[in-house]
Ligand binder design. Structure first.
Ligand code: F6P
Length: 319
């Protein structure tokens, strides 16, 4: 393998830069020429390429976002766009591509793989919704951002003896809400994986009030419903003073945690090793303490486990 490329795609996640750095420096260490594709699959279709050297990834390990920029490309979803991307990679003599992103990005990588361009995926999304890895790059940082937001909300919520409803990201899943709720001691956690009943949440709030609890935090995963509507409904049901906060894209930014940087560095190095070994069609991951590689097919056919155990635990501890 003489020449490969790397891109970041989909929603950015803290630690993507650390992954780019690892891919670039490991490639160069192994004598492979490495190029960056800007703006994800959009950049592949539009031929946005840059050679990357050791210094081009200096001073980025601690930065959120992605140095290569990212995009959600409609063009690449068409057969024509895919044909242009394949022709471009072939013309550039790119022998392998490393795709850093979520499951949608791996689907794009799979198209190229099937067309004969070896690809390896690095899971990076704050949603942590990719199976075959316990952690995706960016999840830990987002979790800490949400936990910090809960701490801050708790100050004002307890001062005013109110209820705060906090909406967090996660797309169709509740992994961020669950673990941030556990870490932040949220009184209720509403996620798409578990059906919920506002009357039960109301009863829980009233039980708390009766035993002298003067404030509560309710976490809502965006995939489970709108925090604004849930807050309005609960205010109506309880007569309590309720405020709603939507954390939004704040969750995607910030300095990556040490955990995310280390994970990104290990997965980046592994991706280069896999390509050099002649392997392809694989997503790297971190499972039970091991760096592993799993076929895209397996990743696509499975669903990331939602921990009912942690959900029950959070509920018991917040009682
Ligand atoms: O996948 C990451 C994510 O932040 C989701 O949690 C959220 O639903 C979505 O991306 C938001 O996308 P956009 O940045 O396009 O608004």
């Amino acid at each position: 393998m003489k020449k490969i490329a790397v891109l970041t795609s989909g929603g950015d996640a803290p630690g993507m830069n650390a992954a780019i750095r690892a891919v670039v420096r490991k490639s160069i260490f192994q004598g492979i020429v490495i190029n960056g594709i800007r703006r994800g699959f959009h950049g592949l279709v539009n031929e946005e390429i840059e050679p990357l050297g050791v210094s081009s990834v200096a001073d980025i390990i601690h930065r959120g976002g992605t140095r290569l920029h990212t995009a959600r490309s409609d063009e690449f979803l068409t057969a024509e766009g895919q044909g242009e991307a394949i022709a471009f990679l072939t013309r550039e003599k790119i022998e392998g591509l490393i795709v850093i992103g979520g499951e949608g990005s791996f689907k794009g990588a799979n198209v190229l793989d099937k067309a004969g361009i070896p690809t390896i995926g690095i899971p990076a999304t704050i949603d942590n919704d990719i199976p075959c890895t316990d952690y995706c790059v960016g999840f830990d940082t987002a979790l800490n951002t949400v936990t910090d937001a809960i701490n801050k909300l708790r100050d004002t919520t307890s001062s005013h003896e109110r209820v705060s409803v906090l909406e967090v990201m996660g797309r169709f899943t509740g992994h961020i809400a669950l673990l941030a709720g556990l870490a932040g001691g949220a009184e209720s956690i509403i996620v798409p994986e578990v059906s919920f009943n506002l009357l039960e949440i109301r009863n829980r709030l009233l039980r708390g009030l009766n035993r002298g609890k003067l404030h509560s935090i309710i976490l809502v995963a965006e995939g489970a419903g709108s925090a604004i509507e849930i807050g309005r409904e609960l205010e109506h049901l309880t007569g309590m003073d309720i405020r709603v906060t939507t954390l939004g894209h704040l969750q995607r930014g910030g300095t990556p945690s040490a955990f995310d940087r280390i994970l990104a560095s290990r997965l980046g190095a592994k991706a280069v090793d896999l390509l050099e070994d002649g392997q392809s069609g694989l997503a790297t991951g971190y499972l039970q303490g091991e760096i592993v590689a799993t076929s895209y097919e397996k990743v696509f056919s499975e669903k990331k486990q939602f921990s009912r155990e942690d959900y029950e635990l959070a509920s018991i501890l917040a009682n």
